[in-house]
Design a protein around this ligand. Structure first.
Ligand SMILES: NC(=O)c1ccc[n+]([C@@H]2O[C@H](COP(=O)([O-])OP(=O)(O)OC[C@H]3O[C@@H](n4cnc5c(N)ncnc54)[C@H](OP(=O)(O)O)[C@@H]3O)[C@@H](O)[C@H]2O)c1
Length: 218
């Protein structure tokens, strides 16, 4: 089967570093974001697909495009999109639309992607880019982001605990700064790329919550 990595929510930092890493490891890579990015037209192993993950129904057509292009479903799916909608003046003032949209991007579309990915390839590795908000880090103005990350951390752990889903594997990854604190900004793209390739190439399901320290990027 083709080695294909699908990156849902690919931008300049994690998406770019992961793309470069997986291409160099022999994967074909499909990136997804709302923008219509240009990719080098002479590469057959790289494609960009425009989709808005605030609509969970947009997820399945992405898998269809990948499969039509390369004839196989992804072996690795990385869910890196997020909606960080700061809520002020207090955590209960998000509008229904803001809350729903953020929950769709941070949780419903990721769950949908995992469900589709597994139904098409039971060997898939699914990696979710998380943060510390799913743990005991409480930041009132990041309520909707924290709700989504916590919910995703939960479904990832249930999938990882379900032996009937093997050989598929599921991970929620949370970069911390070098002191172990939440990083908020300055995410290290290369550290994510190195970790994600390692998880992708590891056959057994490991500990699903991967908290790792890396220097913050400027
Ligand atoms: N460990 C931590 O403490 C920590 C800190 C910061 C961030 N993070 C996590 O890291 C991830 C993002 O990191 P990054 O640095 O790679 O961000 P990034 O460079 O901004 O890339 C994320 C990409 O997702 C795309 N995206 C956003 N909303 C989308 C949507 N509705 N549909 C499709 N694509 C969408 C954006 O492209 P378009 O605008 O073109 O759609 C963007 O380029 C998030 O999951 C975030 O929560 C973790």
């Amino acid at each position: 089967m083709n080695k294909i990595a699908l990156i849902l929510g690919s931008g300049a930092r994690v998406g770019q570093a992961v793309t470069t890493k997986f291409l160099s490891a022999g994967y074909k890579v499909a990136t997804v974001s709302r923008s219509a990015k240009t990719t080098p037209s002479d590469r057959d192993d790289l494609v960009h697909i425009s989709a808005d993950l605030s609509d969970p129904k947009a997820v399945e057509p992405v898998f269809d495009v990948v499969q039509q292009k390369w004839g196989s479903p992804p072996l690795v799916v990385i869910y890196n999109a997020a909606q960080n909608q700061p809520i002020t003046p207090n955590p209960l003032t998000a509008s229904i639309d803001q809350f729903t949209s953020a929950l769709n991007i941070n949780t419903v579309s990721s769950y949908t992607a995992a469900s589709i990915a597994y139904s098409r390839n039971n060997k898939v590795t699914f990696i979710y880019t998380g943060n510390a908000l799913s743990s005991d880090t409480i930041v009132p103005n990041l309520t909707v982001l924290g709700v989504g990350k916590s919910a995703s951390s939960h479904w990832v752990q249930t999938a990882a605990a379900s032996t009937e889903l093997r050989p598929a594997t599921f991970y929620y990854c949370d970069q911390r700064d070098l002191q172990g604190g939440p990083c908020y900004t300055g995410l290290n793209g290369q550290a994510h790329a190195d970790l994600y390739l390692k998880l992708a190439e590891q056959e057994e399901q490991g500990e699903p919550l991967v908290v790792f320290r890396a220097p913050l990027e400027k």
